[in-house]
Design a protein around this ligand. Structure first.
Ligand code: SF4
Length: 175
């Protein structure tokens, strides 16, 4: 990773950390893990039951930088490539020992290393809308295509719903 990518990743992680602090949580299969990481920055190790640590921006940057080295950007998700053995794309490609994610084969709705954030919402919304349009145009006999597109649409709608639900918590909505 070059310096430019490292700085970009740090900026993105910083923005998501700030979102987290405002109650806008990461969604997607890896959302809980990333939330726990952000919480550990807030709380610090072994401080259960004690007041939050007030960290300087410099300290927060240093802690975030430990994680941003494994951040890769997909068109519709962030990929936190912490453990190749958990990478769904590598398993699907039959190369479980790979040392980098195969973004072109990403299935972020199912991979435990993927997170979705409000910045990814437009891509998923467009995908949901497009699949709905194509579905509406299919004839009654096109059952196989209908089934495939319906699954695509449901997947996109599900991701959208989870992004919105994670963001709703910021407004005090119940879980
Ligand atoms: S499936 Fe996607 S999120 Fe998962 S490791 Fe591969 S590129 Fe990253």
């Amino acid at each position: 990773m070059n310096k430019h990518e490292a700085e970009r990743n740090l900026e993105l992680a910083w923005a998501e950390y700030r979102n987290y602090q405002q109650g806008i949580l990461p969604a997607g299969p890896g959302g809980r893990e990333l939330t726990e990481f952000f919480a550990s920055i807030d709380a610090g190790p072994g401080t259960a039951g004690t007041p939050r640590i007030q960290r300087s921006d410099q300290e927060i940057h240093a802690l975030l930088a430990k994680r941003t080295g494994v951040l890769h950007l997909g068109t519709a998700n962030y990929c936190w490539f912490t453990d190749p053995s958990r990478a769904l794309c590598l398993r699907l490609a039959g190369t479980p020992d790979g040392d980098r994610p195969l973004i072109g084969m990403c299935d972020s709705a199912r991979c435990p290393q993927a997170t979705h954030h409000p910045c990814h919402r437009p891509v998923w919304a467009e995908h949901a809308e497009n699949t709905k349009t194509f579905l509406d145009q299919l004839g009654r006999t096109q059952t196989a295509e209908k089934k495939r597109l319906q699954a695509e649409h449901d997947r996109a709608a599900g991701v959208l719903a989870r992004i919105d639900k994670a963001a709703e918590k910021a407004a005090g909505e119940p879980e």
